[in-house]
Write a protein that binds this ligand. Sequence first.
Ligand SMILES: [Cu+2]
Length: 199
Amino acid sequence: MYQYPCYQYQDFYNNNLYDTYNKYNMYIKNSQPFEGRMYVPCAIAYIKGGPLAPQLRGVVIFKSVPGGTEVYVEVSGLPQYKPAQNDAPPVGPHGFHIHEFGNCTVSDPADPFTAAGGHWNPKEQPHGNHAGDFPVLFSNDGYARMSFYTNKFTVQDVIGKAVIIHENPDDYRSQPAGAAGKRLGCGVIKWCNNGFNYR
Ligand SMILES: [Cu+2]
């Protein structure tokens, strides 16, 4: 269902040292570039919706690129957009972050996924500039896809943390979490263990 290449041909970056995978998918720290394919570090989180968005499914993929990380997300089953009403914030676009603990236990069905903890914030920045602060996810009748670049972490840094999708938009201002509301879905970030096809 979801396809995204986890490795790529990179001989145009030949002068750099990379953490790579070889073709047997073994991790090599600071390997010398070699001719042919280089297998770059890649991590994946399978997103699963909780009780507030049971249809929500998808992937978030982290791929090492020069100077940082490319993040790709593709999900379906997001709830229908609802405009703000009185005191209630809008449903969507959806706050989207890395949270500090790789624990997607639902616990309280009315307030799911609190076990994932707060935002991953290794540099003790204000919210809006956390390493784990991402752009909001725009839903297209439940489907969202986005790709962006960040230099705030490497793929290795985020292994074992969680990705969370929220019910409400992130205002990038309210502390400590942007008033993004309840947690719709969660996925633990793990190394990709085969290069290519994901479902
Ligand atoms: Cu969050």
